[in-house]
Write a protein that binds this ligand. Structure first.
Ligand code: EPS
Length: 370
């Protein structure tokens, strides 16, 4: 499988560049009969879109999805689904300077050295634009998962030094930052405003939970659910770390603290993040992703040009001060696609039983403890 495709039974191949005519994807292996229409993509695509608030890139794209194949009469047919989104607001002149140099911290450098040439306009494939079609593909996956009682929700769990005091699920979609704590929202907004004025950028932590996932998804040893999830999440541009459950905190934990004890009524905790031995436990799947600060910033930085001479780089254009904000629906998308792929894989090998009915019930997800 090529490096632009992921999944085993449900595969998604993305194509296109940020400043090319269009971006798109091919979804193969999708079960027939899922109801889907072009307007069904709008809600999730607008959650990820640029131009939604002063805290994100001001590029304006309509992100209208054209369904080219695989859907007839409003339902998936089981044949490859092709989705296309045209780029309508690329401003390539912003990249004239970048074409002769390397932005410090950007993939400019490695793409150039690997391929010996690059499409500098908009960062090409290294742009966040590519993630649009992953989110589109996952609209179909989320719909299929919802039919099985599985729901995926992401939120921002840190922006630089700002951490939410609590996680209120009902508040996440009420603000463009996906910030789950209304009390500390003004503080984060003030922080981001100051950052924008300084021309700098900041990193972020995105958390995601999938509830209603049955026990039994994931295959030892090279098809572990957490292994595939980590690969899918790390495959998002700008991701520098992935954690499952308590993640790096396990370093400080004792066995007696970390283990999730069992009673006939179910698990008593979820330090494992819903995955034991690479296989889902029936508990909520919980993952966290660290997103680096955007490298295209106005703060001058040292670099070299294509001739290897020292230069000072200042990157102008319509860049995100915190690209992690828009990553929330992308992280949800990758989790949904991995879960759908693994559900299909589980069915192919084991059939629906017993994975579709957990033997030990899981307690509901407690956002406060995330
Ligand atoms: C991006 C730079 C900006 C963002 C873009 C990601 O685009 P431009 O090349 O026009 O300056 O707007 O994000 C999107 C267009 C999008 O849809 O996510 C980058 O360098 O990654």
């Amino acid at each position: 499988m090529s490096a632009n495709s992921f999944g085993k039974l449900l595969t998604v191949t993305t194509f296109g560049e940020s400043h090319g005519p269009a971006i798109g994807c091919i979804i193969d292996g999708c079960p027939p009969g899922i109801a889907i229409a072009p307007e069904d993509f709008r809600a999730d695509l607008s959650r990820r879109a640029t131009g939604r608030s002063r805290f994100v890139s001001q590029r304006r794209e309509s992100d209208e999805v054209e369904i080219l194949s695989g859907v007839h009469g409003g339902r998936t047919t089981g044949t490859p689904i092709a989705l296309l989104i045209r780029n309508t607001d690329a401003r390539s002149k912003d990249y004239a300077q970048v074409s002769q140099t390397f932005r410090p911290g950007h993939a400019d450098y490695t793409y150039w050295h690997k391929y010996g040439l690059r499409d500098p306009r908009g960062g090409g494939r290294s742009s966040a634009r590519e993630t649009t079609v992953r989110v589109a593909a996952a609209v179909i996956a989320k719909r299929w998962l919802a039919g099985l009682g599985i729901r995926v929700q992401g939120w921002i769990s840190a922006i630089g030094p700002c951490v939410p005091g609590r996680i209120e699920f009902s508040a996440i979609e009420d603000n463009p930052l996906f910030w789950p704590d209304p009390d500390t929202l003004p503080e984060v907004e003030a922080f981001l405003d100051g950052l924008r004025k300084s021309g700098d950028s900041i990193g972020a932590r995105v958390s995601v939970v999938a509830e209603g996932v049955p026990v039994g998804l994931g295959e030892p040893l090279y098809g572990k659910l957490d292994g595939d999830l980590a690969s899918a999440l790390m495959g998002i541009n700008a991701v520098k770390a992935v954690e499952i459950g308590d993640g790096v905190e396990v370093i400080r934990q004792r066995g007696s603290e970390h283990r999730d004890e069992l009673t006939p009524a179910g698990f008593l905790s979820n330090h494992a993040g819903g995955i034991l031995g690479g296989i889902s436990s029936g508990q909520p799947i919980l993952a966290h992703v660290a997103i680096k600060p955007t490298s295209s910033i106005l703060v001058p930085g040292r670099s070299v040009n294509l001739a290897g001479e020292p230069v000072e780089v200042v990157t102008r254009g319509r860049h995100d001060p915190c690209v992690g904000i828009r990553a929330v629906p992308i992280v949800e998308a990758m989790l949904a696609l991995v879960l759908m792929d693994h559900l299909l894989r589980h069915r192919a090998q084991c059939g629906d039983v017993p994975a579709m009915s957990p033997r030990v019930p899981a307690p509901p997800f407690q956002p406060e403890s995330a």
